[in-house]
Design a protein around this ligand. Structure first.
Ligand code: PLP
Length: 267
């Protein structure tokens, strides 16, 4: 548990409170959307919780935030369950006898590499899987969807930079993969996701974002995902403004909200 007097990790490390960081990121997201001539309400900020304390996640929920992302399956399932329980308890407390109070549940996004043997757990608690990059994973998800009679929304992760360390399918493979997934009745391809190579300078990331946007626009003509191919997930703490300017409508921001990571983590 975090001691409120000494502050959360994010505060200690930066001298700025979580509330202030969150507000600042939201403002920057909105300003970038406006600069690009787009409606700020159409850009969704996903708070990436991989280095966050549970108390910090709870605080964002208190502030009304609902979209959260995780890249590790165990953390995702545990945290999704804990936050949901917190909200259900609040619902019970705030509703007087017999009266149901509407509380909007969080939407969890799986943004990390997904192994097939963990796919079922993830499907049970996520709204959108950003990291589908192979036929084998797509087929696994299709069979899970069939068993659960649940349609699964996914993005195709594309390795735009061609870096070997990056996951995602190669650019030329994205369209054939999407076409194959169209025949899987329980999968709905909602769009594309990428990660730009790490750099201190967001301008270095921009060409990768614009390349993915071009691919996205080409694929949008194919009438994929029952007409719901409309999501473009790109941009992280260091480059989300460039990503929005290049067309992103989902940005995945962790350290700019929750504080810098303590340890370098390859994941
Ligand atoms: C960790 C992570 C992010 C967020 O990274 P920050 O630089 O902390 O904002 C976004 N996307 C993916 C896939 C990640 O793993």
């Amino acid at each position: 548990m975090t001691d409120t007097k000494s502050g959360t990790r994010a505060e200690i490390e930066t001298g700025m409170s979580l509330d202030a960081r969150y507000a600042a990121v939201k403002e920057r997201v909105e300003a970038a959307a406006r600069r690009a001539g787009r409606d700020p309400s159409r850009v969704i900020l996903i708070a990436v919780t991989k280095y966050a304390e549970l108390d910090d996640i709870k605080r964002l929920v208190e502030l009304g935030h609902r979209d959260f992302g995780e890249n590790r399956v165990q953390q995702l399932t545990q945290r999704a369950a804990m936050i949901e329980e917190q909200l259900r308890r609040r619902k019970t407390l705030s509703g007087t006898a017999g009266e149901e109070v509407e509380v909007e549940m969080p939407r969890w996004h799986m943004i990390g590499t997904l192994q097939r043997n963990k796919a079922k757990q993830v499907v049970e608690c996520t709204r959108l899987i950003h990291s589908v990059d192979s036929m084998r994973l797509a087929e696994e998800l299709q069979s899970i969807g069939l068993k659960r009679e649940q349609r699964i929304d996914v993005l195709i992760q594309v390795n735009v930079s061609g870096e070997e360390s990056k996951f995602g399918c190669p650019v030329p493979a994205a369209e054939p993969l999407a076409a194959a997934m169209e025949s899987m009745a329980y999968l709905r391809v909602r769009g594309l996701m990428t990660m730009a190579p790490y750099s201190e300078d967001p301008e270095q990331a921009r060409p990768y974002f614009s390349r993915l946007r071009d691919l996205y626009e080409d694929m949008a003509k194919l009438d994929l995902g029952d007409g719901a191919f409309n999501l473009l997930s790109m941009g992280m703490s260091g480059d989300f403004e460039a990503a929005i300017e290049e067309g992103a409508n989902l940005v995945r921001v962790g350290s700019a909200i929750f504080g810098e990571r303590e340890v370098e983590d390859a994941g």
